[in-house]
Write a protein of this length. Structure first.
Length: 313
């Protein structure tokens, strides 16, 4: 079923596209949907009329693809999977034309691409909601899953400290947006030259993050310690330079020891043991990375339900 053009189409292009009350609703909804999944109960709000999600990947993916695709089928809908290589996107069809065409045939679009401006151009010409499945600048679905995972384990994240150790990348920028919106603080430590970009993230309250030269200091007293690869997709040419610059930004047991005794460790994955995180930490008792990965599916089901059907409770 393809939707008619609407006055205002709700997109999810950045974390700040939704407000705190909507996040509270989404976290409750994700918990409800997860309970159904665990109880092996059918929950198919997209079955009748049938809803279709187009997934466009211009970069590699394991978790994003599986979580959106499995989630959509479980909800009674279906998916179309496109990549740059097997569609006209790779042959320079304008993004605006692709948006006009694809959005006439499906109900929802998820895009993983390079510049944020590309997903914004697509959304501006789309008749249906567009979800950011990762851009160079942001990764909002991942932070949605991370915060849901934190809440499951520790309750509200409000007032807590999240330590970000590593690259000031799409994940880090999204953490800043989440901190400002949901009332927690991010302690950021990056090598120089790889800082977060609060201007790009549109941060208005500078108190939502604090910058530390020493990653160990950033972890002091943190309730959650988190990191990501030293080289994100699209930056592979910088691999060797980054490997040298990031040497001290490996989350190890010393860093975890300076955090709260019950601090959690998260990583969006894929991870490189011995680079941004030691095997002892990612495979250790404080790590919740497997729940974090699974929760991508539960929160995205809640997000897709919200974008297509609005608030149900
Ligand atoms: N965390 C994440 O987005 O993983 P994929 O790159 O495998 O989708
Ligand atoms: N920052 C990483 C996240 C991968 C899920 C990247 O953009 O490649």
């Amino acid at each position: 079923m393809s939707a008619a053009p609407a006055m205002t189409i709700p997109h999810y292009l950045q974390f700040k596209d939704l407000d705190a009350a909507t996040y509270a609703y989404l976290f409750e909804r994700a918990a409800f949907i997860k309970r159904k999944f665990k109880a092996v109960e059918k929950y198919q709000p997209f079955a009748d009329p049938d809803r279709t999600l187009a997934m466009i990947f211009e970069k590699a993916s394991t978790r994003t693809r599986v979580s959106f695709e499995a989630g959509m089928y479980q909800m009674g809908g279906s998916v179309v999977h496109l990549t740059t290589g097997d569609s006209q996107l790779g042959r320079a069809e304008p993004i605006e034309d692709s948006a006009r065409v694809i959005s006439r045939m499906v109900d929802l679009v998820m895009i993983r691409t390079f510049e944020q401006s590309k997903i914004e151009a697509f959304a501006a010409h789309s008749r249906v909601p567009v979800i950011n499945g990762l851009t160079n600048e942001f990764h909002p679905c991942q932070i949605l899953a991370d915060i849901f995972t934190f809440i499951e384990r520790r309750g509200s994240i409000e007032g807590k400290v999240v330590a970000w150790v590593g690259d000031g990348n799409n994940m880090a920028n999204t953490w800043l947006q989440a901190a400002e919106l949901l009332g927690f603080t991010v302690h950021v430590s990056t090598p120089s030259g790889y800082e977060v970009d609060p201007v790009l993230a549109g941060i208005r309250n500078p108190a939502c993050y604090k910058v530390f030269k020493d990653p160990l200091e950033a972890c002091a007293g943190a309730h959650l310690v988190t990191t990501d690869v030293w080289t994100s997709m699209g930056f592979e040419a910088e691999n060797e330079v980054r490997r040298a610059a990031f040497k001290r930004w490996c989350v190890d047991e010393d860093m975890m020891r300076t955090a709260q005794p019950d601090a959690l460790f998260m990583h969006c994955l894929p991870a490189h043991r011995g680079e941004e995180v030691s095997a002892e930490v990612i495979d250790g008792p404080q790590s919740v990375v497997w729940d974090e990965a699974e929760n991508r599916m539960h929160v995205q089901k809640a997000l897709m339900e919200y974008l297509l059907l609005g608030r149900l409770a």
